[in-house]
Design a protein around this ligand. Sequence first.
Ligand code: ADP
Length: 467
Amino acid sequence: MGRLVVVSNRIADPRKTAAGGLAVALAEVLNNTGGLWFGWSGKIVDHSEDDDVHIQQAGPVKLAMVDLSKVDHDAFYLGYSNGVLWPVFHYRLDLADFDAGYITGYRRVNQLFARKLAPLLRSDDIIWVHDYHLIPLAAELRALGCNQRIGFFLHIPLPPPLILAAIPGHDWLIRALFAYDLVGFQSKADHSHFCEYIETEAHAQDMGDGRWRAFNRTVQAGAFPIGIDVAEFNALTEAPEGREMYERMRREYSRRKLLVGVDRLDYSKGLPQRMRAFREVLQRYPEARNSATLIQIASPSREDVSAYSDILHELESLCGSINGNFGELDWMPVRYMHRTVARARLPGLFRASRVALVTPLRDGMNLVAKEFIASQDPENPGVLVLSRFAGAAEQMREALLVNPYDIEGTASAIQLALQMPVEERRVRYEALMKTLRRFDVHWWCDSFLESLAKAKAEETGTPWLRL
Ligand code: ADP
């Protein structure tokens, strides 16, 4: 295999353990090939003329970063990526802000990335582009004469064609995917939405084996559900910080059953619906009062996008009213924290919890669901209540699957989870662990890269992108 080049909006230093499973898995392959990781530096600079590439060596991996101007960052990141693509791809047309200027900023930054990356490339490099910020990157690289193998992985969901078609410029976006050799999705559902879209909107020809022909190119597409680093999670659970957190939580809540929710504070995560379902549990099942505590941790996220401050206020007021209505002097039903928890402490928190509530309205995969299961004590495991609308639900059938819009149905599932006997908890846990071990983050990385090594689009030459 040639050198691996990873391109993503944000870069994580692969030497830092806080970077998480994905960065660690990518770093492993990057280390083996002496690879390059290219992306935004995270810095916003005053003048767009200062667009030098900053190079840093992180062990055998080279990190190459560009700064963005404020205008570019606003249109590309806040505007098009998080004001249009994020909500629409999560089925939230009502939250999309279709400002016409955003798409040109989005394209401008993809062109900047391509212009800065192209001179760093070798002819036998294998390039792996990540996520919705960079959909047109391969097309821009091709326009500069790059013929390398290029793969794309979409970490968020892809909606059905009629939702996708609401985006002005949707045809341009999807056409841009045909500049890749391989396009990967999180779930079979996302992959089938892509197939439906290109068949109906672009009259693509099905060439068999996941290959599609349109716009004079053949692209390979498939589902590659992302996994976690199970070994890393086991190690974190056993490490002093993980154990200490576990002991502390057990001591603190020895008389109570803990429920846990850990999310970015995002409207896709279904947090208000989750709180309403928990309130319903307290209302309907008096035995849960004084005996169940929900710890909800929601880390601050994209606070400069307005839809995010609305969800913050809604959540705060719901938590306040549940505590006000049900709380006792010695028991608060909900402990809500608007912050990030250190990664090393998460497994201890998960292990001390009887139930995890992972109830997004829509989610590409949801790694918290997998991390919760991987942290459990095999002899006395907790129960996962999982939204059927998370990509993870395709793989994690032994969780208690719920429809998060159905507050009463979710409340019943939470009560079932709180009451579930240990034998049933073990059976479910073992089945879930089997899947997690088999389809871990290394499987994801290897299977994508193997498919990319085999896929080579046949091109008959076409001028690429006209916005
Ligand atoms: P998303 O990518 O939409 O944020 P995922 O569940 O797929 O959702 O991934 C989130 C990652 O971030 C997981 O590894 C999870 O442990 C971590 N994470 C999410 N919320 C928090 C939090 N409040 N504190 C610490 N880590 C968090």
